[in-house]
Ligand binder design. Structure first.
Ligand code: NAP
Length: 466
């Protein structure tokens, strides 16, 4: 047993009863104090995140604002107490047999293990969306720091510890596990005190931890968000209307943050005609002109370069643009990722499942189809996705659309006339999807519905004739 994990898990189990019974106002107060504390860190936090992740200051300040907004959104939710979904079936003593009274409401599951994400050092890490959702509903949290940004994790963890102390909550309400060994991750998921897990990262990592959660004597829910290729379907009508605007928007979406978003558009479906070929030429020029960017870690960059290199060797796949990082040498050399654009035909795509795999970085594969009707055939080959985007050129697809029906079975969020990057945090957002995008398509990791992962209904029944 890992001693750090064991002590954090016991502290969380010890804190659970008091924290679950804290008032809505107390939980809201804690979340708001964490948001205030993160803002008080000021430039020190931005400098630290930049040093560890190479993310630019503008992106970090934007992510910090989103992190604090999320914490305050969940504070509002906790305070209103509406999430408890209270229900009452009244008794009926006259009925034969007498009908009992049944009341129910949602209750917190217990201590939650959160795995910090490499690509969101603030918004999906120590005080990120998973932590905020769990704390809002009364679950203590243990965060496993991501090894790519340990100092950021420590800074934010100290803010949470200070907030817990300020309101005299039990210390086990929050712990950080800084141990970056795989053994610590598995020990955390397997610890009997842990009642749920939340993760953002690779398919391999997510599945390893999901298996550990299922192989426990008492299996627990483990919510892993593991990535997606986020297909974009471009109808001829849309390209006829604004090919240049769509090319610019798509280029910005595929290269945003050096492509290191789970919503990066990795697949583009078009009809094989002259307009599409002109469109791809325009897009290729923009991709070739993109400056390479420093990726989150040398390992992520090496994985990206390997995946792009492998795509160049696939029979039937053509390289339309590929930024060469040589000559852009800097001290971030082993982190520099250059954008790439590939193309293939629908038959090649449908025959090779590997082409559906996520390439984590600024690369996309265009798939040229015979007609718009061919889009649904390609969509049927896709594994589960977080998103799909449809540019239909202003004409609604209609309820009987094969493409729409197929995508509804495959994805969590369908974007019309837009691009998938930029996930709004709100009450209606769905950031999840069928496997392998996530381990459980019924839940979202973004927005207030994210609390549903960490609660369960409990009913209280009393006799109808009493
Ligand atoms: P990762 O390798 O999945 O790591 C995430 C967390 O899981 C880390 O704390 C890691 O700890 C732990 N972990 C990974 N494999 C494990 C295993 N077999 N057993 C126990 N713990 C394990 O993700 P990453 O480091 O962020 O990036 C690696 C790749 O993941 C990227 O190249 C990319 O392909 C993908 N990724 C996807 C998304 C997305 O949103 N789709 C986001 C981030 C990354 P250790 O590092 O200590 O092993």
């Amino acid at each position: 047993m890992n001693a750090t994990v064991d002590s954090a898990a016991h502290a969380a189990a010890h804190a659970f009863r008091d924290y679950a019974r804290a008032t809505p106002a107390q939980r809201a107060q804690l979340l708001r104090e964490i948001a205030d504390g993160i803002e008080r860190l000021g430039d020190a936090l931005v400098t630290c995140v930049n040093r560890e992740t190479a993310l630019p200051a503008a992106r970090i300040t934007g992510e910090r604002a989103r992190t604090c907004m999320q914490l305050r959104l969940f504070a509002d939710l906790a305070e209103r107490d509406a999430w408890i979904d209270a229900r009452l079936d009244p008794a009926d003593a006259q009925r034969t047999p007498p009908k009992p009274q049944v009341r129910s409401r949602l209750r917190p599951l217990g201590p939650v293990a959160v795995f910090a994400a490499s690509n969101f050092p603030l918004a999906f890490s120590v005080a990120g969306g998973d932590t905020a959702a769990a704390l809002a509903v009364g679950c203590p949290v243990i965060v496993k720091a991501h090894p790519a940004h340990p100092d950021t994790a420590a800074l934010v963890a100290e803010v949470i510890h200070a907030a817990v102390r300020k309101y005299a909550l039990p210390p086990g309400v929050f712990s950080l596990v800084a141990d970056s060994s795989r053994e610590a991750s598995v020990a955390l998921v397997r610890h009997p005190a842990i009642m749920a897990g939340a993760f953002t990262g690779s398919l391999q990592g997510g599945m390893a931890l999901w298996r550990a959660a299922q192989q426990r004597d008492e299996p627990i829910p483990f919510f892993a968000e593991m990535g997606s290729t986020n297909p974009v379907f471009l109808f001829p009508r849309a390209l006829a209307h604004d090919a240049a605007g769509i090319a610019a928007g798509l280029h910005a979406s595929m290269t945003l943050g050096v492509g290191q978003f789970c919503t990066q558009p990795g697949l583009i479906f078009l009809v094989d005609d002259a307009a599409s070929r002109t469109f791809l030429d325009q897009l290729a020029v923009q991709v070739d002109a993109s400056a390479p960017g420093a990726m989150l870690s040398p390992l992520i960059c090496a994985n990206y370069r390997h995946a792009v290199g492998a795509l160049t060797l696939v029979p039937g796949v053509r390289t339309l643009a590929r930024v060469d990082v040589a000559g852009h040498s800097a001290d971030a050399d082993d982190r520099l990722g250059g954008a790439a654009l590939f193309a293939t035909d629908a038959d090649t795509f449908c025959a090779q499942r590997d082409l559906c795999e996520e390439v984590f970085g600024p690369a996309s594969l265009a798939v040229l189809c015979k007609s718009p009707d061919d889009f649904a055939r390609c969509a049927a080959k896709l594994p589960g996705q977080l998103t799909a985007s449809i540019w239909s050129g202003g004409e609604p697809l209609g309820d009987d659309s094969d493409l729409l029906w197929t995508l509804e079975q495959k994805v969590g969020r369908i974007v019309f006339d837009g691009f998938p990057t930029g996930v709004e945090v709100g009450t209606a957002m769905m950031h999840g999807g069928p496997f392998p995008a996530t381990t459980d398509s019924r839940f979202t990791s973004v927005g207030t519905r994210a609390i549903q992962r960490f609660v369960r209904p409990v009913a209280w029944q009393t006799p109808g004739n009493s």
